[in-house]
Design a protein around this ligand. Structure first.
Ligand code: ZN
Length: 162
């Protein structure tokens, strides 16, 4: 079986940046996704197309096919008064905020001054080239319910309350 749309794929991966730092790593067989449903970044999904169970490969994915380029305009100064006064604010904290189109975006606190806080709405991996080492563990057909939901059910996937 080769990876194609509407297949559930279980894989192991190690993700490194260009300085060989490990950014993320899957536990044994715990990562799965529905191929063709944009569950994962486009560069990785494209690289997986046509691979077979047991295949091992490395792929380098530019930011444009991963979490996007870093957009300096998404960093902005926010008055301290926009945050709850009782809340301690520190660099590295993340908040949900409303984006320009009303969608929820995660912003990361970059720096804190007395009355101004600099927040950055870029994805933490925006602008980062991603180097994946991948082992394809298992491929199966998605169930009708998985296709309807657009994601994998069961171990490593979504769980719904009945
Ligand atoms: Zn579901």
């Amino acid at each position: 079986m080769q990876i194609a749309n509407n297949h559930v794929v279980i894989l192991n991966y190690t993700l490194k940046d260009n300085d060989d730092n490990i950014l993320d790593k899957s536990e044994d067989g715990s990562f799965c996704y529905l191929h063709g449903a944009s569950n994962i970044i486009p560069g990785l999904e494209n690289a997986l197309s046509g691979k077979a169970s047991g295949d091992t490969f490395s792929v380098t994915i530019p930011p444009e096919e991963a979490y996007g380029i870093h957009d300096a305009a998404k960093a902005q100064d926010v008055p301290r008064s926009m945050f709850p006064p009782e809340q301690e604010i520190e660099a590295g904290m993340q908040f949900n905020a409303e984006g320009p189109d009303g969608q929820m975006v995660v912003v990361t606190v970059k720096s804190v001054a007395d009355d101004t806080i600099v927040v950055d709405g870029n994805h933490p991996l925006a602008g980062v080239t991603l180097n994946f080492e991948v082992i394809v563990m298992e491929i199966r057909d998605a169930t009708a319910e998985e296709l309807e939901h657009g994601h994998v059910h069961g171990p490593g996937g979504h769980h719904h309350d009945a």
